[in-house]
Design a protein around this ligand. Structure first.
Ligand code: CMC
Length: 424
């Protein structure tokens, strides 16, 4: 079989190399197409464009497969921990006991924030959206660690960046939350483990083991998702050799939108609106189907998963466990289950392969844990950080990486002469 494809355009025949990935995925390499023929490809929203080769995460949307570094998400959620998964994503292999202990120690070194960062956090109004707070504070870290401004991604920078950000981002989030409820921060205690430490910084007191484990699973499920909007943003910003804090801060901003990570907040708001409206979810399904209404069923649909989202399956079970453990009867869970049942039978959703995604049930768990609704997307940040960092590191280590600079098809005015203001 030839490793080249032939493209016939306007009487000209162009040969394009064919690339095959380790799971048999096939791509046409069009990187030299313009130089060969003057032609570019057009793909709004990069629906069908590979932006890089990557060895981090494999997903098959038709079969509902998600693997980090080859390990199925189901096995990682059941047997691993968030810190271990973060190590795996960043360092390519699961850690040995010694490597795992060292990684935990490195995170523990960043169990506090510079005074200046605490000062900045204190300046935000208590009503500020946590995503704005986390994004700007992560960006501000670059002002306190000037050694990161080196445009080379040196080994020192790479070794320090992940444990530092994992240690400090949870403090930024918890400290800001404490401020919003008018309470003093609680010191980080990394010996508790990542998720338990975060929960004790948020709420104080003893944290139930099963509750901390449920949060750990949520963080694992969110840890990476290959070239999505925020990961691509991290890579685009990183490709200019901007510092790692700037790249991650940009990723956080990209995640904020409700078509991406912001969906988890939007789902809960939608479920509450349905409850307030008397629980008639049929009405909301009709709204979502109405092309004259901008409303979409939040937590439904995915660019890549067209059968089911494997993360949603695991989350649904975790959701039942947490509510049972905390002895919570949340009517929103019944609404969510009812909505899912109706939507999955509805022709509109069936035809378009729209299924619940990772965000559909995660908000119900966060709510049960006592996390305020406007902080849900920041919880996604906590989980996704190792994935962004791994995408950034892979980019910076890739000899083929170039500054991201897409082309466009210009559809504006042709050349015309300037008209003086008095003649317009
Ligand atoms: N409710 C109603 N209709 C929908 C929905 C929805 N949630 N999602 C897609 N559609 C329809 C859409 O109107 C279009 O219909 P038609 O073919 O008649 O024009 C068709 O399905 C295809 O949609 P699309 O917008 O072309 O698909 P996309 O791949 O560009 O968008 C999506 C994917 C996730 C942005 C979209 O499904 C959506 O807006 N979902 C709701 C927001 C959400 O839950 N986002 C979280 C995604 S998972 C977390 C993450 O990784 O970010």
């Amino acid at each position: 079989m030839s490793d080249n494809a032939k493209l016939d355009v306007r009487g000209e025949s162009i040969e394009l190399p064919v690339i095959t990935g380790s799971e048999g995925e096939v791509a046409l390499d069009i990187s030299k197409l313009r130089a060969q023929s003057g032609i570019i490809t057009l793909d709004n929203g990069f629906v069908n464009t590979g932006s890089c080769s990557s060895a981090i995460t494999f997903l098959n949307g038709e079969k509902g497969i998600l693997r980090y570094r080859g390990y199925p998400i189901e096995q990682l959620a059941e047997k691993s921990s968030f810190s271990e998964v973060a190590y795996l994503l960043y360092n390519k292999e699961l850690p040995t006991k010694a490597q795992s202990d060292k990684f935990t120690e490195q995170i523990a070194k960043y169990a506090s924030l510079p005074d200046g960062i605490n000062g900045i956090l204190n300046q935000f109004p208590a009503t500020a959206h946590p995503m704005g707070v986390v994004s700007s504070t992560v960006s501000a870290l670059s002002c306190f660690y000037p050694e990161f401004l080196n445009s080379e991604a040196t080994d020192d920078i790479k070794n320090q960046a992940l444990p530092q950000l994992m240690g400090q981002i949870k403090i930024i989030m918890a400290n800001f939350y404490r401020k919003t409820i008018g309470k003093d921060p609680i010191a980080s205690n990394p010996s508790l483990g990542y998720s338990k430490d975060f929960l004790q910084m948020m709420f104080g007191g003893e944290v139930d083991k099963e509750v901390a484990e449920a949060l750990d699973i949520l963080l694992i499920l969110h840890a990476d998702h290959e070239q999505n909007c925020s990961a691509s943003t991290v890579r685009v910003v990183g490709s200019s050799h901007a510092n790692v804090f700037a790249s991650i801060s940009a990723g956080i901003d990209a995640l904020w939108g409700q078509l991406h990570g912001g969906a988890n907040q939007a789902v809960l708001e939608m479920l509450e609106a349905i409850k307030k409206d008397g629980g008639d979810y049929k009405k909301f399904i009709d709204k979502a189907k109405d092309k004259n209404d901008p409303f979409r069923l939040m937590g439904f649909g995915h660019r890549v998963y067209k059968n089911f989202d494997p993360r949603a399956k695991i989350i649904k079970v975790a959701c039942d466990t947490v509510l049972e453990k905390l002895n919570i009867q949340d009517p929103l869970l019944d609404i969510a289950k009812g909505l899912e049942e109706v939507a999955l039978k509805d022709e509109y959703f069936v035809q378009r392969n729209l299924y619940p995604n990772v965000d559909f049930y995660s908000g119900i768990i966060y709510k049960a844990l006592g996390i305020p609704t406007n902080m849900f997307t920041a919880m996604f940040v906590l989980g996704r950080l190792p994935g962004w960092m791994s995408q950034w590191k892979e980019l910076r280590e890739d000899p083929a990486a170039k500054i991201a600079r897409p082309r466009q098809i210009y559809v504006g005015e042709n050349e015309r002469n300037y008209v003086d203001i008095k003649d317009r």
